[in-house]
Each structure stands twice: as structure tokens, then as C-alpha cells.
Write a protein that binds this ligand. Structure first.
Ligand SMILES: *C/C=C(C)/C=C/C=C(C)/C=C/C1=C(C)CCCC1(C)C
Length: 238
């Protein structure tokens, strides 16, 4: 049996390893803090922990997969996203619920995020020749989510939910606009011709490696960052 170690210049394997550790640590933190949290914010904080915990399990698997095969664990990456991104939508719903958010808003967010991820997966794996078209479709769903949290229903409800919720929603909206925008960058790097025929890397292998590093960094920022915003909201006055 081969003995597998992470070479010091293997940034892909390294970020999978660090990603696993960071997601695990964040989950332990969020789960333990649930007990020290007022009733009102417990579910939100629990969902933060579920997001990083689901990611931790997937990262543990993806880390091993990448180390053993040298390939991108694209399928499990998307399985992770299809579970965790809708849970991030649940966070928006939970914090605006007291101001009257309806379940229909939650479904709108979840539907848009599923469309965003399925079209992205098709472009990345199933129909690479049309990766630009799938990327654009995915981007449209992404902009719709950004619209809802910046100017649409989520933003409006947050305004009437008190200053703390309004503030937290604004920070989360920045995560969606800037943090989530890192993902299409990974897609462009990893998918040959992913940006209107342009290619930015020397080989498909280099592209896949760049994509994994970019996705790993984005996941750590967004999943842990989102959770910390919810945590700090749970420590505020309202
Ligand atoms: C925890 C995981 C998160 C927050 C994942 C978010 C993923 C995206 C915002 C992906 C977006 C994409 C596009 C907007 C276009 C290209 C295809 C995707 C799926 C990479």
C-alpha cells in the first residue's frame, strides 16, 4: 500500500487539509456556543454549525480523494454545496422571520441556489463545451439571490427587524456579493474556455489545481464567515 503524504509544494492538498481542520474547529465552536445562546438565536447558530459540519465531513473526504488520486473531487464538492448553500438561505429566512419572512421567500432563495449549482455542475462536468452558457445561467441565478438580499424582500424585511438584524443582513449581503463572487473565478480558471473562450492557465491540470485552491479559500471565508456573523448577531441586543 502506498504511503501518501502532502508535499510541501502541493497547495491543493494543503488547502484541503487546512479546510478540513478549519471547518471542524468552527463546527465545534458553533455547536458548543449554542448552549450559551439565548433561545431566540439558538436555531440560527445551530444552522451555522451544521453548515461547517457538513463541509467538514465533505472536506475530510475530498482531502483524501485528492491526495490519493490527484484529481478534483468535483462531484462531492457539489454535493457539499447543494446541502450547505440552501442552509445559508435558511439563515436569511430565520433572521428575518420575526419581521414576517414567509416560507415562500425561503423557497425562492433555495430554488435560485439549486438552479445556480445545477447549471454550474453541468457546465463544469457534463457539458463543458457549453461551459460559458451554463456559467451565464448560473450567474443569473446568483445575481437574483444577490438582488433579493441587497434590494429585494430579504433587505426590506431586515430593515423592519431592528437595527442589529439589519446590520447583520448587510454584512451577509456583502458576503454574497464579494465572497460568493470568488466561485465564478474558480470556475473560469478550471473550465477551459470558461470565460467566453478565454483560457488563463497553461494546462487543464493547472486549471483544475487553481480551481480547487480558489474554491477551498472561498469555502473557508464564506462558511465560517457567515457563521461568525450569525454568532455576533446572537450576542447583540435584539
Ligand atoms: C459553501 C458554499 C458556497 C457558499 C458556494 C457558493 C457557490 C457559488 C456562489 C457558485 C457560483 C457559480 C457561478 C455564479 C457561476 C459559475 C458556476 C458556479 C457554480 C461556480
Amino acid at each position: 500500500m502506498e504511503h501518501l503524504t502532502i508535499a510541501s509544494d502541493n497547495y491543493v492538498a494543503f488547502t484541503f487539509f487546512i479546510g478540513t481542520m478549519a471547518m471542524m474547529a468552527a463546527s465545534v465552536f458553533f455547536f458548543f456556543e449554542v448552549g450559551n445562546t439565548s433561545q431566540k438565536w439558538r436555531t440560527s447558530l445551530l444552522v451555522s454549525g451544521l453548515i461547517t459540519f457538513i463541509a467538514a465531513v465533505h472536506y475530510y473526504y475530498m482531502r483524501g480523494y485528492n491526495l490519493e488520486t490527484g484529481d478534483s473531487p468535483t462531484f462531492f464538492r457539489y454535493v457539499d454545496w447543494i446541502l450547505t448553500v440552501p442552509l445559508m438561505c435558511v439563515e436569511f429566512y430565520l433572521i428575518t422571520k420575526k419581521a414576517g419572512a414567509k416560507v415562500s421567500l425561503l423557497w425562492k432563495l433555495i430554488f435560485a441556489s439549486v438552479v445556480m449549482l445545477i447549471t454550474g455542475y453541468i457546465g463544469e462536468v457534463m457539458d463543458r463545451d457549453s461551459s460559458v452558457m451554463w456559467g451565464v445561467l448560473s450567474g443569473a441565478a446568483y445575481f437574483y439571490i444577490a438582488y433579493l438580499v441587497w434590494f429585494g424582500e430579504v433587505a426590506k424585511l431586515a430593515q423592519s427587524a431592528g437595527p442589529q438584524v439589519a446590520k447583520a443582513t448587510k454584512v451577509l449581503a456583502w458576503f454574497v456579493l464579494v465572497g460568493w463572487a470568488i466561485y465564478p473565478l474558480g470556475y473560469i480558471l478550471g473550465t477551459p474556455g470558461g470565460l467566453f473562450g478565454m483560457t488563463f492557465v497553461s494546462s487543464p491540470e493547472a486549471g483544475a489545481a487553481a480551481m480547487d485552491v480558489v474554491y477551498n479559500i472561498a469555502d473557508a471565508i464564506n462558511k465560517i464567515g457567515f457563521g461568525l456573523v450569525i454568532y455576533s448577531l446572537s450576542r447583540s441586543e435584539d
